[in-house]
Design a protein around this ligand. Structure first.
Ligand SMILES: NC(=O)c1ccc[n+]([C@@H]2O[C@H](COP(=O)([O-])OP(=O)(O)OC[C@H]3O[C@@H](n4cnc5c(N)ncnc54)[C@H](O)[C@@H]3O)[C@@H](O)[C@H]2O)c1
Length: 354
C-alpha cells in the first residue's frame, strides 16, 4: 500500500513521525480518536520492510484501540506508537536501545498528554519505566516503579472468558474435551493454554520458538509446526501471535467453529469476517476478546480499581460478546460488523458505519 493510500484512507485524527539519523530508528505515533478521552495504546517495536508499512501498522492498530476502548466502555480514545528499528531488537546494544526510548519519550511529551503509551510487541514494563523516567505518559510500568505491571494475564483471562462464551454460542457448554488450537505461546498464548488445560480442553499449539513449544508440550498440549496450525481441525482457533492471519481464503478453508484470540486486527479485512459468518463460524472480534489488558491498565491506573474489580470487568467481556452475537442474529450481519456497530454506538456515532 502506498503512503498516499494510507494517509487518504485513514479516518483518524493525527499521525506524527520522526526519523532519527543517529539511532536509525523511525518513530510513528498515530492518534485515532480522543472522543472518549486521551488516546491510549502500546508501543510496537520491530523491523518493517518500509516506513510506509510502519505508518500503516500504526494507523490500523490505533483504529483498533478506539474500538477496543469503546467496546470495553473505558474512558480513553485509541492510539498507537510504532518504532521501526534499523536492526533486530536483540542486536541493539543497551545504550542504543535506551537512546531510542529517550527519543520516543521526547516525541510523546510534545503531544502534551493527548496520547498515553504502554507495552506492546517488542516492549515491556521495564521499557515503560524508562519512558516514564524520561517524563512521558505511559501505562504498564512495573509494579516496583508504581505501575500495574504486565497486562498479559488479564488479556489471557479475557480471551478465556471469550472462548467459553463463543463455545457456548456453537453449543459447547463445557470445555472438557473441546479442541482448542492456539497460535502463539507468548505471554498471552501460554496463559490461555494454562487456563483451557484446567478446563480439560484438548490443546493443539504452535509457536516459532521451539522452547515455548516444549513448555506447552510439558503441559500436555499437542504441538504442530507453525505452518500447520491453520489446517488443524478444532472447535476453537485462538490466534495469539500476530495480526492479519485470517484473509478471505483462510476464512473459506479453516476447519473450526469459533475464532477467539488476542492478536489485534486478526482479520485482513471485513470480507474475511463476512466469509466466516457465511460459513457459520463464530468470531469473537479481537477488539472485544483482547480487551482484558486495556481493562487492567486503565482500570488500575486511571480508575483506581482493585485487582478484583478488574477481574469482574474482564469477566464482563462475555456479556459484550453475547450482545454482539444477538445483534448479529437479529441484524443478519457478521459478528465483526455487529461488534463495530456496538463500539460505534459507545462512541456516540450510531449509524455512522454503513
Ligand atoms: N499482552 C497483552 O496484554 C495484549 C493485549 C492485547 C492484544 N495483544 C496481542 O496478542 C498477541 C500476543 O501478545 P503477547 O503479549 O503474548 O506477545 P508475545 O510477544 O509475548 O507472544 C507472541 C508469540 O507469538 C509467536 N509468534 C510470532 N509469529 C508466529 C507465527 N507466525 N506462528 C506462531 N507463533 C508466532 C512468538 O514467537 C511469541 O512467542 C499480540 O498480537 C499482541 O499484540 C496482547
Amino acid at each position: 500500500m502506498s503512503i498516499e493510500d494510507v494517509i487518504t484512507g485513514w479516518d483518524g485524527s493525527l499521525v506524527a513521525t520522526r526519523y532519527d539519523r543517529e539511532t536509525g530508528a523511525f518513530f510513528v505515533v498515530a492518534i485515532h480518536s480522543r472522543e472518549r478521552g486521551p488516546a491510549a495504546g502500546g508501543t510496537r517495536v520491530k523491523q518493517y520492510d518500509s516506513y510506509a508499512d510502519a505508518v500503516t501498522d500504526a494507523t490500523r492498530l490505533a483504529g483498533a484501540m478506539t474500538l477496543k476502548m469503546a467496546a470495553a466502555d473505558l474512558p480513553m480514545g485509541g492510539g498507537k506508537a510504532v518504532i521501526a528499528l534499523p536492526a533486530p531488537r536483540r542486536e541493539l546494544a543497551d545504550d542504543h536501545w535506551r537512546r531510542i526510548l529517550e527519543l520516543h519519550a521526547e516525541n510523546l511529551k510534545t503531544l502534551g498528554g493527548s496520547y498515553w503509551t504502554g507495552p506492546d510487541l517488542g516492549t515491556s514494563s521495564a521499557d515503560m519505566d524508562v519512558v516514564c523516567g524520561f517524563g512521558a505518559p505511559a501505562f504498564g510500568r512495573s509494579e516496583a516503579a508504581g505501575g500495574s505491571g504486565s497486562s498479559a494475564p488479564a488479556t489471557a483471562l479475557g480471551v478465556h472468558v471469550a472462548i467459553v462464551a463463543s463455545a457456548a454460542e456453537v453449543g459447547i457448554d463445557d470445555l472438557a474435551g473441546c479442541r482448542i488450537a492456539v497460535q502463539g505461546l507468548g505471554a498471552v498464548g501460554m496463559e490461555v493454554v494454562e487456563l483451557a488445560r484446567k478446563d480439560g480442553a484438548h490443546l493443539i499449539v504452535t509457536d516459532i520458538d521451539p522452547v515455548l513449544c516444549e513448555r506447552a508440550a510439558a503441559l500436555g498440549a499437542e504441538v504442530v509446526p507453525p505452518d500447520a496450525i491453520l489446517g488443524v481441525e478444532s472447535d476453537v482457533f485462538s490466534p495469539c501471535a500476530v495480526g492479519g492471519v485470517i484473509d478471505v481464503d483462510v476464512a473459506r478453508t479453516i476447519r473450526t467453529r469459533a475464532v477467539v484470540g488476542s492478536a489485534n486486527n486478526v482479520l485482513t479485512d471485513t470480507a474475511a469476517g463476512d466469509e466466516l459468518a457465511r460459513r457459520g463460524i463464530v468470531l469473537a472480534p479481537d477488539f472485544v476478546a483482547s480487551g482484558g489488558g486495556a481493562i487492567h491498565l486503565i482500570g488500575r491506573e486511571v480508575l483506581g480499581w482493585t485487582a478484583e474489580e478488574v477481574a469482574t470487568h474482564v469477566e464482563g467481556i462475555a456479556d459484550t460478546l453475547r450482545e454482539v452475537f444477538v445483534r448479529s442474529r437479529v441484524g443478519g450481519i457478521s459478528h465483526d460488523h455487529a461488534a463495530r456497530d456496538l463500539a460505534d454506538e459507545r462512541l456516540g456515532r450510531a449509524g455512522s458505519r454503513v
